[in-house]
Design a protein around this ligand. Structure first.
Ligand code: DAK
Length: 262
């Protein structure tokens, strides 16, 4: 029996719980091969479809979140092969379609496709030993899963150019200063912190959480004016929900809200 490429667990004890997905190729530093990405895509889709799940956490090992796409699987590919098969695009796109929040809990190396995967998540919580980079240039390629696009949006052009052109790694402290990382925590606290954040999200109104995620993502994809208009429409629409009535009533009555997810 071979080890599963990802481990799937459900955490928390509220009405909606957290799906914890652990990348599990520790000997290869969680190098992301096609089979692993297929399984990750299926697990993300299943969590998104499950009404009992409110948030998803993706993590790796203490040594590596993921050291990139699997170089041994790519080395012999030809241009015609990668072009015709739309190389590994299919199973890397699922995460972009997930509507529930996805938190990356990153320890150790997050390089190449591993850094890109972390950047595709909605929140990035890093352990103090995390190291980020886009080292593809050192093996004769460039980032292929959005690294040249998301990294500059996260850390600005200057630092993105530095990382993409030299292939150097940045440590967790530099990544936090640059705005790539939302929280930096000691390694031993990483999972507690990520799962506690997920628990908080699970307890909220799912529809407003999904709409908030959509709106923040709009900020990266359109103009400021369009984004603000979009946010306004979504904001108005939330007044049609039971959870808005309940959330505000609970505040005024000085009690915790009981969201019906509707
Ligand atoms: N692929 C395959 N194996 C890897 C790997 C990788 N990316 N990274 C590490 N490994 C393997 C090593 O070969 C080694 O295997 P054995 O020799 O034990 O069999 C084992 O993991 C342990 O690694 P090391 O012995 O090298 O460990 P060290 O602590 O000395 O070094 C390191 C750790 C992370 C600095 C080093 O392993 C390293 O530089 N790894 C490669 C990092 C890298 O270049 N990553 C970028 C890969 S290219 C796309 C989507 C994604 C992508 C492209 C397109 N589309 C959607 C179109 C992504 C491309 C990439 O990520």
């Amino acid at each position: 029996m071979t080890d599963p490429l990802i481990l799937i667990d459900t955490r928390g004890d509220g009405e909606r719980r957290t799906r914890l997905i652990t990348l599990n190729r520790p000997k290869q530093l969680n190098a992301l091969n096609d089979a692993l990405m297929d399984q990750l895509g299926a697990a993300l889709q299943a969590a998104d479809d499950d009404a009992g799940i409110g948030c998803i956490v993706i993590t790796g090992s203490e040594k590596a979140f993921a050291a990139g796409a699997d170089i041994s699987a790519m080395q012999s590919h030809t241009y015609m092969h990668v072009y015709k098969t739309n190389f590994i695009t299919r199973n890397w796109e699922t995460i972009r379609r997930v509507r529930k929040p996805v938190i990356a809990a990153v320890a150790g190396f997050a390089l190449g496709g591993g850094c890109e995967l972390a950047m595709m998540c909605d929140m990035l919580i890093a352990a103090e030993n995390a190291k980020f980079g886009q080292p593809e240039i050192k093996i004769g390629i460039i980032p292929g899963a959005g690294g040249t696009q998301r990294l500059p949006r996260a850390v600005g052009k200057a630092k993105a150019m530095d990382l993409v052109l030299t292939g150097r790694m940045m440590d967790a402290q530099e990544a936090e200063r640059a705005g790539l990382v939302s929280r930096l925590v000691p390694l031993e606290k990483l999972m507690d912190e990520a799962l506690a954040a997920a628990d908080l999200i699970c307890a909220l109104s799912g529809p407003s959480v999904m709409m908030a995620k959509e709106c923040v993502n709009r900020a990266f994809e359109g103009s400021l004016a369009d984004g603000v208009d979009y946010e306004r429409r979504v904001f108005h629409s939330l007044f049609a929900t039971a959870d808005q009535k309940e959330g505000m009533a609970a505040f005024l009555e000085k009690r915790p809200p009981k969201f019906s997810q509707s």
